[in-house]
Ligand binder design. Sequence first.
Ligand code: LLP
Length: 422
Amino acid sequence: MALEYRNNELYCEDVPLTELHEEFGTPLYVYSRTKLLENFQALDAALSGIDHVTCFALKANSNVQLLKVLAEHGAGADVVSGGELLLARKAGFPPERMVFAGVGKREDELEFGLKEDIFCFNVESVQELQLISRVALRLQKTARVALRINPDINAESHPYISTALKEHKFGIPAGESREAFRVAASLPNLEVCGVHVHLGSQIVRKEPYTAAATFLSTLVRELRGAGISIAHVDIGGGFGVRYKNVLRHEGLPEEQDDQESIPSPAQFIDTMLPVLRETGCRIWLEPGRAVIADAGLLLTQVLYRKENRSKRFLIVDAGMNDLLRPSLYNAYHQIVPVRIETYEHEKTDIVGPVCETGDFFARDRQMPKTKQRDLLAILTTGAYGFVNASNYNSRLRPAEVLVNGDRVRVIRPRQTMNELAQ
Ligand code: LLP
């Protein structure tokens, strides 16, 4: 297993996390190459037998060394900025397996995508279509475009990361989609090739996907009826992962979890496949979290313990600048001691050093008793972890290491004071 206790000591593959701390310090993002690959391959295999491209959504994690692992194993790339396009190219993703998404692409980014000959742009408005057409004309290129349609489907996820209701900024409203396709087909230097939907992120039920598949197949049929040929459907990403009780051990408290049975990515895909298969389209998908979330953890050290009459705090050396999800979404991450030395539990807040009350990783969390200088692992932080790291409070960005069996490689050195002061 990628993450397990051996003699009450936590290992990532064959490397004890205490060793990583000694060598590289904390806060430190640690990734398992084996787990990353296993996740990607399981997902990709769910579509074997059907023409498809599994793109990785770089927004979840854009470390070039991690991207290289995916690119080498046949993944495509879903990028949302010129920066991500650059990193995707550097990692070796072939342009014909790249899609460029995003509600506000700038002209220079469109130009970059066209010059790189990416597979297609997922377009979110008629004005964007017009701009791409103008840029493509100027460069004497043909831009392949898929239209992102907002299907008005409730993803039932956190409101900040649900994206497919009509009040959201994303996509072209379903009611206007036929007209938008008609405009796209009439503009010069555009080739309409597909339809795109993305429902949101951390989706834990199958129903929104079933609804999306039906929506897509109906739309494809109607468009074809209107003489517009659609060669692919892109179903976006969004597959939810488990955050609670990820690691189990008799010394760890069990969390109440109302989501014991989150479908696997393969199960999500299975619910859509019969309907999508009928369209005869090539299928594209863009998972981020399901590929990399549980392949990463954030290692941190307890700096101080602090108690008052009503509260207990563990102050750790990672802060909201290293991992923003708890502060931003009140997101839950399991936090475990690297060494289990006692089976005694206590209730505590786990907080960072940043000067904000919102700088917390857990509140009133039942935890094994922990001492000053103990190491903690904040689990399932491979997705939307480092990518949201900042220099807030002028703290240095954390380092990242990649574990493969008993080997460890620094894939991003810790930022230095000199770099900060530039
Ligand atoms: N495709 C599009 C168009 C997207 O907007 C996203 C994510 C994905 C694919 C990948 O979704 P995934 O498979 O990772 O769920 N920062 C938030 C998540 C934001 C998701 C943004 N869009 C978090 O930490 O939960």
